[in-house]
Design a protein around this ligand. Structure first.
Ligand SMILES: [Zn+2]
Length: 484
């Protein structure tokens, strides 16, 4: 490394500023793709193609995920990993830049959590760091993971189980927020995602119901059993479900019915305990209804934790970069949106958030949890959305191609690239993060919650996506980003 770290950071920030319009275009392209988890074919192709053009070697389809990839640049240590998601949610199609609920395509999936911006920030930061590795002799290896289907907590536990993080030293996850901040400690909780399918026998429901064995009864009684069990759940445990198949028509006793559950707890062991209890309840339901059941673990994730050393490095970069400057129009739009959403009306944040104490754990999960127990990991929250707005609601999508998203993405990409460079340039800092990580995890032994032979189900969301894709295609942008 010929130049000092500050000089290299300046060239990296120059690269990102020069490419601000390309970062925005990448984010907007993915916004209009609006692809559901496991079906992010356009998003993954665009992201991995840009990384390939930028000098990365790309391996696609990792761990059996057709829309997953890892892009690698450089060689030797330290090995730094970036990872993020790019999926949308069902029935969240929302025009950006408007103050009313207005779908791009009615009923279609869409981005109302900003994963499109997460993707743009990660790819831009990676391209910037790769340029510095090539031009300035920055040492080490950069691995960029495209992680499908975060909204259904899918891919990263498979990547970790399959060894993709075995040689990683430090990892980063970036996520959109209404603030510019980072955290350490327990950030999010563990989750086992499992579908229970009951099997019975059909019969004419009017003429010979006594000949039938009703799989839907199994699902219903399991639901009742879980409802009774709620009184005995530990305070931070969560269980929620949707019935994914309930039979075909009322005069045919259902021979197959299924229910998809999430079981959550702040500890991986707690989520597993709740799952084991649910299996007993399913067994009881099957016994009562003369049916049988099988369970398919779609995915299972550890809680998300942030390493203190990595958080301090991210915070240093956040403070150096500072909040974007917002225009009066952007502030007015933010306040109007907050009013519509009936949340705190304060406009856009103008100060970065200080790093104080350990994080307040939120009762949501993210599939990057496993990574955070394998290696020291940091979470960057970058300010590309309106503060206080709730995700998965139309107001969560209303600013996602606006100046707010674009400026927040640029700030986020700088903070992420700057933090990566700090670790690439300093073996001592890598060692420090590893040492605080060892202290933090104590005697917890990481072992995957996934069954050893579990394979991801590539068919999840396929039919739902195919219902809308052609109509959504009419709204795709006609220009793709080109980083210079
Ligand atoms: Zn998210």
């Amino acid at each position: 490394m010929a130049a000092g770290i500050e000089t290299i950071k300046a060239t990296v920030f120059d690269f990102l500023e020069r490419n601000a319009a390309q970062i925005a275009l990448l984010s907007d392209n993915i916004f209009y793709f609006g692809e559901l988890g496991m079906q992010e074919y356009e998003s993954a192709a665009l992201m991995s193609g840009l990384l390939e053009d930028g000098g990365f070697t790309v391996e696609r389809g990792i761990s059996g995920f057709e829309t997953g990839f890892v892009a690698t640049a450089g060689s030797g240590g330290p090995v730094i990993a970036l990872h993020c998601e790019y999926d949308a949610n069902p029935n969240n199609s929302q025009c950006s830049g408007v103050l009313d609920q207005e779908a791009i395509v009615a009923g279609a999936p869409g981005h109302c959590e900003g994963h499109n911006v997460n993707a743009a920030v990660m790819v831009a930061a990676a391209l910037a760091v790769r340029r510095a590795m090539a031009d300035e002799g920055v040492p080490g290896t950069l691995k960029v993971f495209g992680a499908p289907a975060e909204e259904i907590a899918m891919s990263r536990p498979y990547y970790v189980r399959d060894g993709y993080f075995d040689d990683v030293d430090i990892a980063f996850h970036d996520h959109i927020w209404g603030e510019f901040s980072t955290e350490y400690g327990l950030i999010q909780i563990a989750c086992v995602s499992a579908e229970f399918t009951f099997h019975g026998e059909t019969a004419h429901a009017g003429l010979t119901p006594w000949r039938g064995r009703d799989a839907l009864d199994g699902v219903v009684l399991m639901d009742m059993g879980m409802a009774q069990y709620r009184e005995h759940m530990e305070p931070m445990m969560r269980a929620h479900r949707v019935i994914t198949h309930g039979g075909d028509q009322p005069n045919v006793i259902p021979e197959r019915a299924s229910v998809w559950w999430y079981f959550r707890d702040p500890q991986a062991a707690g989520a597993r305990r709740l799952f084991e209890q649910a299996k007993k309840i399913a067994e009881g339901a099957a016994l009562m209804t003369n049916t049988t059941y099988e369970v398919n673990v779609k995915s299972a994730v550890w809680p998300v934790r942030g390493n203190r050393t990595v958080a301090e490095v991210i915070q240093g970069n956040i403070e150096r970069i500072g909040m974007p400057g917002w225009t009066a129009d952007e502030q007015a739009f933010a306040r109007a949106l907050q009013e519509k959403a009936e949340v705190g009306v304060e406009g856009l944040r103008t100060d970065v958030t200080p790093l104080t104490g350990p994080s307040k754990t939120m009762a949501a999960s993210n599939d990057c949890g496993d990574v955070s127990w394998k290696v020291p990991m940091g979470r960057l929250w970058f300010p590309a959305n309106v503060a206080n707005i709730n995700f998965h609601h139309w107001t969560g999508g209303a600013a996602l191609t606006s100046g707010v998203a674009h400026k927040g993405a640029l700030a986020g990409a700088k903070a992420l690239a700057g933090s990566v460079l700090d670790f690439l340039a300093s073996p001592a800092l890598v060692a420090e993060a590893k040492s605080t990580f060892t202290e933090e995890i104590g005697d917890t032994v990481y072992e995957s919650l996934l069954p050893a032979d579990q394979r991801p189900d590539q068919e999840i969301n396929r039919a739902a996506m195919e219902t809308y894709r052609e109509r959504m295609r009419a709204h795709y942008l006609d220009k793709r980003p080109e980083f210079i």
